[in-house]
Design a binder for this molecule. Sequence first.
Ligand code: NDP
Length: 480
Amino acid sequence: MEKILNYIDGKLIEPSSNKYLDNFNPSNGRVYSLIPDSNSNDINNAVSSAKKAFENWGSSTKKYRYDILMKIADKLEEHADALVKAESLDNGKPESLARMVDIPRAPENFRFFATAMLHFSSESHDMDGKALNYTLREPLGVAACISPWNLPLYLLTWKIAPALAAGNTVVAKPSEITPMTAYLLSKICIEAGLPAGVLNIVHGLGSNIGDALTTHEDVPIVSFTGGTLTGQHIARVAAPMFKKLSLELGGKNPNIIFEDANFEKSVAIAVKAAFSNQGQICLCGSRLFIQDTIYEKFKEALLKKVSKLIVGNPRDENTDLGAVVSKEHMGKVLSKIEEAKALGGKILIGGNRKIIEGELSAGYYLEPTVIEGLDFNCSVNQEEIFGPVLSLIPFKNEEDVVMMANSTKYGLSASIFTENISRGHRVAAKIKSGVVWINTWLLRDLRIPFGGMKQSGVGREGGFKSLQFFTEPKNVCLKI
Ligand code: NDP
């Protein structure tokens, strides 16, 4: 059985414990590879290698770093087919989705930030000719980059690329649930000639190695994407050490359909927003607010579309939903559906595990599920489920829907569907979330400040915001 290896000091190596964890294929429920069960020794080795590598990488020219990062991007593209298959196998997502979304974003992240660094500039403040202040932006040293399982390579490279472009070295910890494409990235970095220690990837359980990484005295900066509870924990342990922190956390995002919305388009987008990647995207629209005047008609059209979604083998090109990521996660989503029923919710479609006869019968498949009749304030409409579950909530007017949309502890993203441009802007201004889309969903420009309000995160990444995060500003004042 294939063993995944850690990438430390430029080499692929076994974990110091010599212990491994099972890596499951969600599409058939079987173990298909082994993941290093790393411990704090591996983290210490990775950090000391990254610290040493920073001596050269941190003072290298932007052009030197650009050349290597662009080479990594080229190699990622060369190996795209293998990466697509690996991502789908590890995560359960349809190969078609990995081919269209996940894998192309990895080289794009490297190219975008390698290039952005060449255009990055800092400020100067002239004191009426008496003195001149200018700001230097310097890399900090060893950056910890911690990423989740839902978009494994996409989100890992979203952190690694700007950290490296800015001149930091990195110790990355991908989710132990989906380690395979991070392992393939290690091999690609070796092929591309990335100097030893510049990027280190340590696999293992967050509960075992997370603290060793985030509280390491030689790691001054932590970029984390994952659940709100884990984010809270990291803030608790890292903040007293005055580390620079960026936290991209959970969401419970509203999609708001006004009566004047383009009907066909908004139905199609609402379905996509709820069920893409089996509902496991932090930006998924899991609360669908529909104006009461069109509620029944919209519901009927939505259910018709959902009934046509194909849940099946991730390798089949016509599959819409593959498997969810793990047996535990499947259980969690099913228990939320039970909770919805207990709270008086009516299951309009779905609600069950789906068994696919034959080879895939032990896979973790769930029917796309639509619920109505739940109070906007109940636990199912307030807590993140992170699965293929959509809750329908009618509303009367703008005031009513803004209040309900803003009622959760989260504030990551929202979508508004209306043909009235003034209403679109007015409601967007009142929604408390880091991203608001009007008449679309998941349209991403890598230059925008991306992140969440309230308990969806702290700080913004994307474009120059990422480069500002991964550099420390230093003011120099020259008396003239
Ligand atoms: P988790 O918070 O469980 O895990 C995220 C990462 O943190 C994993 O690599 C995990 O490792 C690691 N980790 C766990 N414990 C610690 C610790 N004590 N110290 C340091 N690292 C630790 O999230 P999931 O992987 O379950 O991802 C789903 C969540 O991510 C959802 O809430 C989703 O909304 C959010 N998310 C947010 C995004 C955003 O941009 N705002 C984007 C994508 C997802 P391990 O897996 O080994 O436990």
